[in-house]
Design a protein. Structure first.
Length: 140
């Protein structure tokens, strides 16, 4: 936690968003776009990529290069990581936030996701965790 320089007296959490992924470049870019366009951005975005190729990495780095972004991006491309649990564990090890938010690589967040999450933790310090709700599932 730290004081927000933009709003003196306001406490702000440091939030790390972690997205494990494997061979889903188009979905991943949409997920990253929804993280970047948040009303309250996370402080860092960690992508743990187990893909066989580098298409996802090229797409995400290309997207980040198109504008000045205050979010610190850490992109780990490692095919030796096996499975979701190992990818999440690596994300926790590499993160620096005092809140770690795990996201799926095919999720599109509502624009106030991190704002509301942070508000929940600040208003309820006894809270140990939270999760989102899927609200717009498309039919197959």
């Amino acid at each position: 936690m730290h004081t927000d320089e933009r709003a003196p007296g306001c406490v702000r959490l440091t939030i790390s968003a972690v997205i494990p992924t494997r061979n889903r470049p188009q979905d991943l870019v949409r997920a990253v776009e929804s993280v970047v366009t948040q009303h309250r951005s996370p402080d860092e975005l960690l992508i743990i990529d187990q893909s066989t190729g580098d298409e996802s990495k090229r797409e995400v780095l290309g997207y980040f290069a198109t504008f000045d972004q205050p979010i610190k991006l850490t992109y780990i491309h490692d095919t030796r990581i096996k499975g979701l649990v190992e990818a999440k564990a690596r994300g926790v090890l590499e993160s620096t936030g005092n809140v770690v938010s795990f996201l799926e690589d095919d999720i599109v967040l509502m624009p106030d996701y991190f704002l509301l999450m942070e508000r929940g933790f600040l208003e309820h310090p006894e809270m140990l965790g939270c999760s989102g709700v899927v609200t717009n599932v498309s039919a197959c």
